[in-house]
Design a protein around this ligand. Structure first.
Ligand code: SF4
Ligand code: SF4
Length: 502
């Protein structure tokens, strides 16, 4: 027998080892001495011995053990098939429409700083997009339904009110779902319109970067100087607008971009959120997103640090400030599955991360007013990355599109042999292309181990207490995951991973 190549081992303490099967998503804790013995006799282990031993049997079923490399490869191929079928079954085409590339803010970390021409769609162009182009695209890509992301620049700007109105009007008549990604500053001016189309708006994402003083240093109006005395701060208006939306029962995701400038003040910010919106659990969700600089545009002022550094900071604070659990960490991509199991008691089944972001993995098309179609939001306004054109003749360039769509962890040479691959997804594609198709490895191991180093005690306490009450004779094998059915597990167990069918 062999141990699968997608297995990560981590020593939790002298008695326990954490196993993460990144391919199936299974996570388990095994007794150290049991596991060391198993590894020693692994090569000679026969199927019969496995069948006679409950622990070995469970490890086999959960995808940790294989008879040989071929069996493991078959298993991987089966899982790839599940992913691809799931992707094909997705009925949705997602189209991001940027009514304009202009913006009323000048955020310090904006990745669109390099966009010189703040072009916009005319009403006539929006009419064409909404009446024919999206439907054509839907047919071309064999999809049945459409989701629209309103993006930019900033989409909710008064000069483009009529364009937004037309998008909402046409979406309502065609049954498209809308998500609005906005800085939140002019939401009040669009409130009436938003309320009239409430039934097709699935959510609005607004960015708030922390408490007033910090937010106002980062998310600023163009004319305002950067500094604490800034009297043109955007915080108050955005917070009032979040109130307006939540009062009207519009679902809002509040995104907080974090780097070294605001991370230490997260606990106070979490308290502010609980005090102000603690009773709005249904309408408001909160998420943290690391500030990145994939295009190398930002000054080297020390604020942008590797993700592992942010993870270290967050989890230094985590125990002392339970309110931090208010934030979901899904945008810390490498950790998202592990954190959801250990911190949020998620039981959802996860597919391996086949790709890093929507640019490569989804039917995601960005319609930009520079007359190009893109896959990646940060590639907007860079014709080199255009995958099609809008006017006068609408087309998609399949070859260019495939550069993005065919990029997945099992296709990339370096990533296909990486055991962290199914957590990571192969890193940012734009960075990959910018660097002449070289992988910019995202330090998955460092990020994961940084998290585990901080949380190992809690993991042992929380999950072994539960596993001890398992109705099993085994003292060696202690499953964390939905294999555990004891009472203590209710609401506690994590994912058991995909079924391996073996
Ligand atoms: S980018 Fe690095 S960590 Fe991620 S899958 Fe590729 S080799 Fe592994
Ligand atoms: S490829 Fe994905 S992660 Fe990279 S810049 Fe584009 S959208 Fe962001």
């Amino acid at each position: 027998m062999i141990l699968g190549k997608y297995i990560i081992k981590y020593k939790l303490d002298s008695n326990n080892i954490l196993l993460i099967n990144t391919l199936s998503g299974a996570i388990d804790i095994v007794d150290s001495s049991f596991f060391v013995t198993l590894e020693k006799k692994l090569k000679a282990l026969t199927k019969k011995e496995i069948n006679d031993n409950k622990e070995y049997q469970t490890l086999l079923e959960r995808g940790y053990l294989y008879s040989n490399k071929e069996e493991e490869e078959n298993e991987k191929n089966k899982i790839v098939k599940i992913i691809e079928t799931t992707m094909k079954k997705n009925e949705y085409l997602t189209v991001a429409i940027c009514p304009t590339l202009g913006c009323n803010f000048n955020c310090v970390y904006c990745y669109q700083k390099d966009i010189k021409t703040k072009s916009y769609f005319t009403l006539e162009q929006i009419n064409l997009i909404m009446s024919t182009l999206i439907e054509e695209l839907k047919i071309m890509r064999g999809k049945k339904k459409v989701k629209i992301d309103l993006f930019g620049g900033e989409p909710l700007l008064s000069p483009f009110y009529e364009q937004i109105k037309l998008i909402l009007e046409k979406s309502a008549s065609r049954g498209y779902e809308i998500t609005i990604i906005t800085n939140g500053y002019e939401v009040d001016k669009f409130l009436e319109l938003i309320l009239s189309y409430k039934e097709i708006i699935s959510g609005i994402q607004i960015t708030l970067d922390g408490l007033e003083e910090i937010h106002n240093r980062r998310r600023i109006l163009p004319a305002s100087p950067r500094g604490e005395k800034d009297n043109r701060g955007t915080f108050k208006k955005i917070v009032d607008n979040i109130d307006l939306l939540s009062k009207n029962k519009i679902p809002v995701t509040v995104r907080t971009n974090i780097d070294m400038e605001n991370i230490n003040r997260l606990p106070e910010y979490a308290d502010f959120i609980i005090n102000r919106w603690g009773d709005k659990r249904k309408q408001l969700t909160f998420g943290l997103a690391p500030v990145t600089d994939y295009k190398n545009l930002l000054p080297d002022d020390g604020n942008i640090q590797p993700e592992s550094e942010l993870v270290r900071k967050i989890f230094t604070l985590y125990d002392r400030y339970p309110n931090l659990k208010k934030f979901n960490l899904d945008l810390f991509r490498i950790l998202s599955h592990i954190v959801n199991v250990f911190e949020f008691d998620s039981k959802r089944e996860v597919l391996p991360r086949y790709y890093f972001c929507q640019a490569t993995g989804m039917e995601y098309y960005i319609l930009s007013p520079d007359n190009h179609i893109y896959c990646c939001l940060e590639a907007i306004d860079n014709e080199k990355y255009s995958v099609g054109k809008l006017f006068p003749d609408f087309y998609l360039d399949e070859e260019k599109l495939n550069r993005w769509h065919r990029r997945n962890i099992f296709e990339l040479e370096q990533c296909s042999t990486c055991k962290y691959g199914p957590l990571c997804g192969g890193g940012c594609s734009l960075q990959f292309f910018e660097k002449g198709c070289k992988i910019s490895c995202v330090e998955s191991k460092k990020i994961l181990f940084e998290y585990l180093n901080f949380r190992k005690k809690e993991i042992v306490n929380k999950f072994l207490n539960c596993a001890k009450s398992l109705n099993t004779k085994s003292q060696n094998y202690r499953p964390v995951g939905h294999a555990c059915t004891c009472d203590a597990c209710t609401g506690v167990a994590g994912t058991g991973g995909l079924p391996t069918n073996r």
